[in-house]
Design a protein around this ligand. Structure first.
Ligand SMILES: [Zn+2]
Ligand SMILES: [Zn+2]
Length: 273
């Protein structure tokens, strides 16, 4: 079975390389049936990565224009990737992806997927190189997000592993780390969130497997949770990067279905694997 949708797509309205229309054309070339745009929602402390508040209306207008041009060949959904600390409302959008990129530390917001030197220095100075304190702070923000908003999708669940091979921030095999992550999975399961299987780190050559790691997907499967596959696309050429690998891994774990963006009026549809 082939994934025929990408729910997590960035464009030049935020930090993507490609225009929204280039993404649509790539989606059609790769046989996708639905596509969700999810620019980074405005936030006030790291503006180079998100839509400028003054451009948000233009973003919405452009996606609506593309809808008019390309539907019904490709069902286009207007979404947003909303960081926990974004100031944007999710209300104008069909859906949003709830992501935690930043830790609110005394010196300011620090991105767990941004500048590795700043992350390393924060890990040393603020967390005293305490891996579990670091992990619990990050996962605590995901739990808070899920409980407060009950978002439809949790994005790149274990994003803190992005620089782990470089900075040695924590040990994924440590039972204490796993317990923190498992507890967070239970929390988002209780909030009925979809868990994103995100291949974007592979597309950008940062990591060799999707977010989240396999042991987390195995736990999620045992909890009966649903997954949605995305490429967190920033470059139209990579819109379906590693989808086949993700499907293979999900099948090996035992998943028999995935959720995808709908092709008609319903936002989400389930597809047999
Ligand atoms: Zn993100
Ligand atoms: Zn993203």
């Amino acid at each position: 079975m082939q994934i025929t949708s990408n729910c997590h797509t960035h464009t030049q309205f935020c930090d993507g390389k490609s225009s929204a229309e280039e993404m649509v054309l790539a989606a059609l070339r790769h046989g996708l049936k639905s596509l969700g745009f999810t620019s980074h929602a405005p936030q006030m402390f790291d503006p180079s990565y998100c839509i400028a508040p003054s451009s948000e209306a233009d973003y919405i207008t452009e996606i609506q224009r593309l809808r008019g041009c390309y539907e019904p060949r490709l069902r286009i959904w207007l979404g947003i990737e909303r960081d926990l600390f974004s100031c944007a409302s999710p209300l104008p959008y069909d859906y949003y992806i709830a992501s935690v990129h930043y830790l609110p530390l005394p010196g300011g917001f620090v991105a767990v997927d941004g500048n590795p030197e700043i992350l390393q220095e924060s890990f040393r100075s603020y967390f005293r190189s305490d891996s579990l304190c670091f992990a619990n702070t990050y996962y605590g923000l995901i739990r808070a997000y899920a409980c407060a908003y009950r978002p439809p999708i949790i994005g790149h669940f274990d994003l803190i592993k992005k620089y782990n091979s470089l900075l040695n921030l924590f040990d994924e095999n440590d039972p204490a780390y796993r317990n923190i992550a498992f507890g967070t999975l239970r929390c988002i399961r209780d909030c009925d969130c979809l868990l994103e299987v995100n291949t974007g780190g592979i597309a950008r050559g940062r990591i060799s497997d999707p977010y989240p790691s396999r042991f987390l997907l195995e736990a999620w499967h045992e909890m009966g949770g649903d997954v949605i596959v995305s490429s967190d696309c920033h470059d139209a050429e990579k819109i379906t990067c590693a989808f086949e690998d993700a499907v293979r891994e999900l099948r090996e774990i035992g998943f028999r279905r995935v959720t995808q963006l709908g092709t008609g009026k319903t936002l989400f549809e389930r597809t047999e694997l």
